[in-house]
Design a protein around this ligand. Structure first.
Ligand SMILES: NC(=O)c1ccc[n+]([C@@H]2O[C@H](COP(=O)([O-])OP(=O)(O)OC[C@H]3O[C@@H](n4cnc5c(N)ncnc54)[C@H](O)[C@@H]3O)[C@@H](O)[C@H]2O)c1
Length: 326
């Protein structure tokens, strides 16, 4: 089987490809399939060197490029390419082109081949926003408050309809904010939730731009990648007709994040975080959903991290070169 990972050179894309490479075969829609080749498609070159991985650089919104990417051997497409929240809000045209036109170009190519590949679409909890109930449930109507969330929601609807028509076997996951994001921040407005752990652990000062009581719905990259693989593995019948899913996560306040940092690395490291409120970021964050009851996902076997301290410990274990304590 050939697997295509769009946005494969990005943060979650690289982690997903690494996790796939740990298996000789992968359960795809309930059937084990041998991994022959993984195409890592992105605007940037992926860092993974493995004989089974081919890096292809290009633009997801270019239909001719996408036509070359997806062929009759492509049984699985993990569609992660996107411009993220802050960037899509700042550049409306770019967000529409990559997040909407790119998704449609990919789905159209899958449809044209007539092979019904399994398509995993990484959507976001940013499809929810505004005046929400205290706990978002599977029955809560998505009401995005930004261009990124709107583009993700339209992508979900397309995945849903292309599945209904039998063009693809689609699954859309509303991914919590991934914490801790290693390396450099991307254009996500939620970046501070990772910065306040990653930067002090690297010995660097950083800023918390929101009230410490601010809560977010988060999951570790490890948990998210495991949930991606679980979403791919489940038979279509288990998903039923409804192909969008709120993923399990944890509600973490920034104060709880800082307490976990203090517990893992001590007061001196935690003191590298300074509180400098930013009214624009606070206004935006207030529109985000921070509490979910992901009952349907849990019933389907998706699981989240145990607690926030275990997220910090996993980051330290997985990124030894990024930790500078002492
Ligand atoms: N990380 C999170 O907290 C989070 C939360 C919810 C949803 N998601 C979604 O998960 C996916 C992966 O997120 P991530 O954190 O790895 O983001 P990322 O920014 O690290 O990766 C996205 C990748 O898409 C690529 N890309 C952008 N425009 C492209 C184009 N025109 N053509 C080809 N590739 C292009 C980028 O180069 C980048 O490598 C995204 O779809 C994102 O919206 C992420």
């Amino acid at each position: 089987m050939k697997i295509l990972v769009t946005g494969g050179a990005g943060f979650l894309g690289q982690q997903l490809i690494r996790a796939m490479l740990g298996h000789a075969s992968l359960d795809v829609g309930g059937k084990p399939m041998r991994i022959d080749r993984i195409v890592c498609f992105d605007q940037a070159v992926g860092a993974i060197t493995d004989p089974r991985v081919t890096n292809v650089v290009g633009d997801i919104a270019d239909a001719a490029t996408v036509a070359r990417l997806v062929d009759r051997d492509t049984a699985l497409v993990a569609h992660l390419a996107a411009v993220v929240s802050g960037t899509a809000e700042a550049d409306f045209d770019l967000g529409m082109r990559v997040n909407l036109d790119g998704t449609r170009a990919l789905l159209e190519r899958c449809r044209a081949l007539g092979q019904q590949p399994l398509v995993l679409f990484s959507s976001s909890i940013a499809v929810f926003g505004g005046s929400l109930p205290p706990v978002v449930t599977d029955a809560t109507t998505p009401t995005p408050q930004g261009s990124y969330g709107t583009q993700k929601l339209i992508g979900e609807l397309l995945v849903q309809d292309y599945t209904r028509k039998g063009f693809i076997d689609g699954r859309s996951l509303r991914v919590p904010t991934a914490v801790v994001r290693p390396g450099r921040p991307n254009g996500a407005a939620s970046g501070f939730a990772s910065n306040i752990i990653r930067d002090p652990l690297a010995g660097l000062p950083t800023v918390l731009p929101v009230d410490p009581a601010t809560e977010m719905w988060v999951a570790s990259p490890r948990a998210i990648v495991a949930m991606f693989l679980h979403a791919i593995a489940l038979p279509g019948a288990d998903w039923g007709w409804h192909r969008s899913l709120n993923l399990p996560g944890l509600t973490a306040s920034m104060a709880e994040e800082l307490a976990a940092l203090r517990e893992a690395a001590g007061e001196r490291v935690a003191a590298l975080v300074s509180h400098q409120p930013d009214a624009d970021i606070m206004r935006l964050v207030k529109t985000w959903a921070a509490r979910f009851d992901a009952a349907r996902a849990r019933a389907l076997g998706f699981t989240a991290d145990r607690d926030f301290p275990s997220i910090v410990r996993a980051y330290i274990d997985d990124n030894p070169a990024a930790i500078k304590l002492g």
